[in-house]
Design a protein around this ligand. Structure first.
Ligand code: SF4
Ligand code: SF4
Length: 226
């Protein structure tokens, strides 16, 4: 997989601090880059950056590269890396922490599509349905048309049931989704406020030289009158 070179100017310490302040961030500086997480990951071969690389990139504050990588969306949350890390770092939870930040930044990775379809199927039915997952994902991903003969073959063999197994009571599940959505909107609001503060401070900085110049002009006028 071809990767763009990472330049030193890509470093963003605000992003690094934002992640380090979260409940998973505390131990990230202690990573020894042993690679046990990457070696344990069943899907690292599909990732732009392995979990080990992602942890290092967070340490360096490589915001753009981290948030636009497919790694956070490819992770299956199997927890292999988290249970094996000798430093007690939780790369699994790091992925989950980075997803809402990427969404709040408006960074849409194509791998997020499956994540969205999966969440909506679970939210509506309480259980995963292979048929709903594949059919809805195919609508968002034209490449999936190539898989149609395979899907039909699976259906013919009864491996892709059309029946949807719904959960009887989805009240608790709805509460979990609401909590998640609340958390995401909190992050979004925080980001928007921080951006507004940065804009205000930039405007103040722009004003300062103008005000100084005006003051100098006034002083010159007073001196000339004397
Ligand atoms: S297993 Fe833990 S210490 Fe080792 S590279 Fe991964 S995150 Fe770092
Ligand atoms: S939790 Fe994610 S990153 Fe960790 S081993 Fe599993 S798939 Fe890989």
């Amino acid at each position: 997989m071809k990767k763009e070179p990472i330049l030193p100017e890509s470093r963003d310490t605000t992003f690094r601090d934002q992640v380090l302040k979260t409940h998973v961030g505390e131990k990230i500086p202690t990573c020894i880059q042993c690679g046990i997480c990457a070696g344990s990951c069943p899907v690292s071969h599909e990732m732009d950056y392995s979990p080990r690389e992602l942890v290092r990139m967070v340490q360096l504050g490589l915001k753009k590269e981290v948030l636009s990588s497919n790694t956070i969306w490819i992770c299956t949350t199997c927890f292999s890396c988290s249970v094996r890390c000798p430093r007690g770092i939780h790369p699994t939870e790091l992925m989950e922490t980075l997803k809402p930040i990427a969404i709040a930044e408006g960074i849409i990775n194509k791998n997020a599509k499956f994540d969205n379809v999966f969440s909506s199927v679970i939210k509506n039915n309480g259980r995963a349905s292979e048929f709903l997952l594949i059919s809805r994902y195919s609508m968002t991903e034209p490449r999936m048309i190539k898989q149609l003969p395979f899907g039909l073959e699976m259906m013919a063999k009864g491996k892709l049931p059309l029946s949807i197994d719904r959960m009887e009571n989805t009240r608790e599940l709805e509460a979990i989704f609401k909590l998640g959505e609340k958390g995401e909107s909190k992050i979004e609001n925080k980001e928007i406020k921080e951006k507004d503060r940065e804009k205000d401070s930039d405007k103040e900085k722009e004003k300062e030289p103008q005000e100084t110049k005006m003051q100098e002009n006034e002083n010159e006028k007073v001196e000339a009158k004397k």
